[in-house]
Design a protein around this ligand. Structure first.
Ligand code: ASP
Length: 316
């Protein structure tokens, strides 16, 4: 019988997990993305001697995540997954845009093996850094028999890419999978599984077909008290091909933005709505309402709309 490969490749993109501070006792005011993946691995005694390869792809604070890094990350992970000796891939990342990167990879990367994103809320230099345990759990998950798909490993919880939400700006327990709950828990290196691994159909768009400069421009506008149509009009004038309106409640949109959205649609711009609520999404599409992607957050809806537009008009 062929034995399961044990090699896990860790691809680093930066984030707090790789951050350091001149004042270790402080949890804010540090610099993200300072350390390379080798240094993160070296800080975890239990990872020494394991079959691991490390690649530092970027050293970003993930609030600065960009499409070029997404494209490079997707290609790097795909290359590693194609190696028969690789059991799975771990991606270290900042928490701020984790749900966007996870969703992008989930929709565009065939992942018959696990692709485990992990992160930390406290820099590596903090006395109670959460990164080392998250990295250890992520590596264990990446070689777990039967695991597959793009997931996040945070605080012992395995969260699906579609369900992932960052709900808190400071606490270590910053993430949730909302109504869906975690896919599984990692307890002392043993996985307690609740639901099947994610296996969504891939999006038809090919993000590697051309340069990222050819990706359609999709912007997010928030609906709020006193919202101004001029904001939305300006984005259209600046070349937006798609707009996501982060609506209030169940995706309701200020009437001034609705009027501007109708003008945008008339000019050929795709407009969808989402909900700015931290949990849930948009339920139903009453007659005349703007379309939505249901449960997707505004940031995820932006990715989905960008992929829809890219599939409709691939780069020549
Ligand atoms: N700003 C940091 C980043 O997202 C925060 C973190 O990593 O948690 O890279």
């Amino acid at each position: 019988m062929q034995s399961r490969p044990a090699l896990v490749v860790i691809v680093g993109t930066g984030g707090t997990i790789a951050g350091t501070s001149a004042q270790p006792e402080r949890h804010v005011g540090y610099q993200a993305g300072v350390l390379g993946v080798d240094q993160l691995v070296a800080a975890v005694p239990a990872l020494q001697g394991q079959a691991l390869e490390a690649q530092t792809l970027a050293r970003l604070d993930s609030c600065d995540m960009d499409h070029a890094t997404w494209q490079a990350l997707r290609e790097a992970v795909a290359r590693q997954l194609a190696r028969p000796e690789v059991a799975g891939v771990v991606v270290t990342h900042g928490t701020d845009t984790l749900e966007e990167t996870a969703y992008f990879l989930h929709r565009t990367l065939a992942a018959p093996k696990p692709v485990v994103l992990t992160a930390a809320m406290r820099p590596a230099s903090a006395p109670s850094a959460d990164g080392p345990q998250n990295l250890l759990d992520a590596v264990a998950l990446a070689r777990y028999p039967g695991a597959r798909g793009v997931v996040a490993m945070l605080g012992g919880q395995v969260l699906g890419a579609v369900d992932l939400r960052k709900l808190h700006g400071y606490r270590v327990e910053a993430f949730s999978a909302g109504d869906a709950g975690p896919l599984a828990l990692m307890e002392d290196g043993v996985l307690r599984s609740f639901r099947p691994w994610p296996a969504a159909p891939l999006h038809a768009a090919d993000p590697s077909a051309g340069p990222v400069s050819a990706w359609p421009v999709v912007e997010i506008v928030t609906s709020h008290a006193g919202a101004r149509a001029a904001t939305l009009d300006a984005l259209v004038a600046a070349g937006a091909a798609g707009l996501v309106i982060a609506g209030t409640g169940n995706g309701s949109v200020h009437h001034t933005l609705l009027a501007a959205a109708a003008r945008a649609q008339g000019a050929g711009v795709r407009v969808v709505r989402a909900s700015r609520c931290l949990q849930g999404g948009v339920v139903g599409t009453p007659a005349g309402a703007l379309p939505s992607y249901g449960p997707l957050t505004p940031a995820q809806a932006r990715v989905e709309l960008m992929l829809d537009l890219l599939a409709a008009a691939p780069p020549a």
